[in-house]
Design a protein around this ligand. Structure first.
Ligand code: IVH
Length: 664
């Protein structure tokens, strides 16, 4: 029986993978959904009876059981570059001229693709099995979102072995949310009283960054591949061939890919799609034009930011006309006052828009937006719609210019312009409006993730004078909460339980939650890892902070100042006294250069010596001060002296800064 079960399980998995490929890659399913579900159910039942036969790449194993504590970062083997944009045919022709000039010939083809409006992702397959999925991040380092990406049914957990599967295959592509899934998600969120996502791109990004993969699984994300990263062997001589090869391996590639002989053909294809795009079940924000042949791409190369062999052609943003009913001023968590236009509701790019940001008061003055004005709003792929133009000829008689506030609309304190910027801020650190925003941020998903402590409750708590800082949250008692409007005993105890649970969040979450200016999740992780405790971070000297790899001087100063403020310090002390026990970070996965020894010498351009040594240690290697036979690499900058000579004498490999950056 055991052996039969094993055989049948393998057979079912193979069948399911084949049907997945027919469905997601070829769009030609040959069995009904019901028949598919039957195969799936049989596999599940067999695996349940034979748990020792369950493998990581089985189609049943898409969802992991345990929520993650946070995302680990992954360094991309090949950087994920960005792309230059064009906005009209003339700019496309100029691109083509550059390509022709640099290749010194007119013998090249283009591939024209849809520019899917989602989130770039890199999938790494080793021996045909999906091992990591990472977001683009800053192009060099992204977040490890493997658990979430595994739930996307269009992403094969195992490549199909019709033919040889490369030992290492990195696939790059776009995770997106189909329009139908987006509409359904927002309908459910509305029912549940959750705020709607502004657009499918935002929803896709939000769904991939969830710590609980079970929620991601319910979001119906999908995927199209458009490039490769690291490869153990080439998939073809050109891009078009290599995409065909990806399809054979069961990786979905967008079907609307076209070869074009010259730029006129490219322009025709792009113009065609600017209308046809509305028929698609996903959003695209333009087209991508790529030189097809890889040898020609090598000749063209890349600037630091983007390859020279590829360009996007962006569609004109969708616009709508509506009326400004009023203008509000909102206070942010650091006191910035932002003008927001309340609009007569209007449909734009698939969503209903009721509000639009005016960014800041300089922008408001520049546009001269007034209450009652007819305005043009636009969503140019951005999340938040914005006012781009005022129809002056339609301005109602007597509409007065908006008065720039001189005091905070929330607390009435003075509002002052930043000395070095365009923002106007409420100068009162105890402004209840700011406090509310700081608390909302503190409790938010990306920070302390305190369930049940939502915006409405935070507003009530501040208004009732129960909470004046973060520490006060932890002094709340269920009895007190239950007395608030719309709170029952059960919901009150849910809140205190959630607060209790948040006391043991990882340290980086607490650091991020403090809302220190310039410090987001990623830099909080770096700081938490470096210092290991809040005490050590709080007492760090400015010079030490400045020298940490990936922490810039602005961030360092901001952290330093935050912890020099007695009010901040006492709130933190109180919080600790309430039993806050942030978890020490585990060391990051850094086996990349494990066991290697480096010596840094000379003057480097991009790093101080200490920063370079810090980066070496973060990559798991040792930084030593003297060169010996045991040294693996000498990183030599300008004016390197005796250490460089010694390295040459001993035959130790000498590397420059660029090579070093590639290694780490
Ligand atoms: S190629 C070197 N092809 O657009 C550039 N990108 O604005 C490699 N995108 O980060 C990207 N559809 O997330 C490429 N067919 C397509 C694309 C595409 C969407 C995204 C991608 C990239 C962004 C650049």
């Amino acid at each position: 029986m055991e052996q039969n079960a094993e055989k049948r399980i393998e057979q079912l998995r193979r069948k399911i993978r084949k049907h997945d490929k027919r469905y997601y890659v070829q769009s030609q399913p040959v069995i009904s959904d019901r028949q598919y579900d039957k195969l799936f159910a049989e596999l599940k039942a067999l695996e349940k009876d034979n748990p020792e036969l369950v493998t990581f790449d089985s189609p049943t194993q898409r969802v992991s059981g345990q929520p993650l504590e946070g995302f680990v970062t992954v360094r991309h083997a090949v950087p994920m570059l960005s792309m230059d944009n064009t906005y009209n045919p003339d700019e496309l022709r100029a691109f083509d001229e550059r390509v022709g000039r640099q290749l010194g010939s007119s013998d090249y083809d283009y591939v024209v693709e849809l520019k899917i409006d989602g989130l770039a992702i890199s999938l790494r397959y080793e021996q045909g099995v999906l091992v990591t999925a990472a977001t683009r991040g800053n192009g060099e380092v992204g977040d490890d979102v493997t658990a979430n990406v595994r739930t996307i049914k269009a992403v094969p957990l195992k490549l199909l072995d019709g033919g040889k599967v490369p030992a290492v295959l990195e696939v790059r592509g776009e995770v997106y949310m189909p329009a139908s899934a987006f509409a359904e998600l927002n309908r459910l969120r509305d029912e549940a009283g959750d705020p709607a996502f502004a657009n499918p791109r935002n929803a896709a990004a939000g769904s991939l960054k969830l710590l609980d993969a079970r929620t991601t699984a319910a979001r119906n994300l999908s995927f199209f591949a458009y490039a490769t990263g690291e490869l153990s062997e080439p998939l073809g001589e050109n891009h078009y061939q290599s995409l065909q090869r990806l399809k054979e391996l069961a990786i979905p590639v967008n079907p609307n890919i076209q070869k074009a002989k010259d730029i006129n053909e490219v322009i025709d294809i792009c113009l065609g799609w600017s209308e046809k795009r509305l028929e698609l079940d996903y959003q695209i924000d333009g087209m991508v034009i790529k030189v097809d042949r890889f040898d020609q791409r090598d000749i063209l190369g890349a600037t630091g930011r983007a390859p020279r062999w590829c360009i996007s052609s962006k569609f004109a943003a969708e616009q709508a006309e509506t009326v400004v009913e009023s203008i509000d001023v909102q206070v942010g968590k650091s006191g910035i006052l932002t003008p927001v236009a309340n609009l007569k509701p209007v449909q734009l790019a698939g969503t209903t828009v009721k509000r639009a940001t005016l960014h800041n008061f300089e922008e408001l003055e520049r546009l001269d937006v007034r209450c009652g004005d007819a305005v043009i709003i636009e969503k140019a792929g951005e999340i938040i719609p914005q006012v781009v133009d005022v129809k002056m000829d339609l301005r109602p008689h007597g509409a007065a210019p908006f008065e720039i506030p001189t005091e905070c609309p929330n607390c009435g304190s003075e509002a002052a312009k930043d000395t070095d910027g365009v923002y106007i801020r409420c100068v009162n650190r105890d402004c209840p409006g700011q406090l509310k925003e700081r608390l909302k941020y503190f409790a938010g998903r990306g920070q302390m993730d305190i369930e049940n402590l939502g915006s409405a409750l935070i507003e009530q708590l501040v208004e009732a004078g129960l909470v004046k800082n973060f520490a006060d949250l932890y002094k709340l008692e269920a009895g007190q909460l239950a007395k608030l409007e719309r709170m029952a005993e059960k919901s009150a105890s849910n809140v205190t339980e959630a607060l209790e649970a948040s006391k043991t969040r990882p340290l980086w979450r607490l650091v991020a939650a403090l809302g220190i200016r310039h410090i987001g999740g990623q830099s909080a992780q770096i700081l938490a890892e470096y210092f290991g405790s809040l005490d050590a971070l709080a007492s760090a000297e400015l010079e030490v902070l400045k020298d940490i790899y990936q922490i810039g001087p602005t961030m360092a100063e901001s952290v330093y100042e935050y912890f020099r403020d007695p009010k901040n310090r006492s709130a933190l002390d109180e919080m600790m006294a309430c039993g806050m026990k942030p978890q020490r970070p585990e060391k990051r996965r850094t086996d990349k250069l494990a066991g290697k020894t480096f010596v840094v010498t000379g003057t480097l351009e991009k790093f101080s010596r200490r920063r370079a040594e810090e980066a070496i240690r973060q990559a798991g290697a040792k930084a030593s001060s003297s060169v010996s036979k045991k040294t693996d690499f000498v990183l030599a900058g300008e004016n390197a002296g005796s250490k460089l000579d010694k390295a040459k004498k001993l035959g130790v490999k000498v590397i420059n800064e660029t090579e070093f950056m590639e290694m780490i």
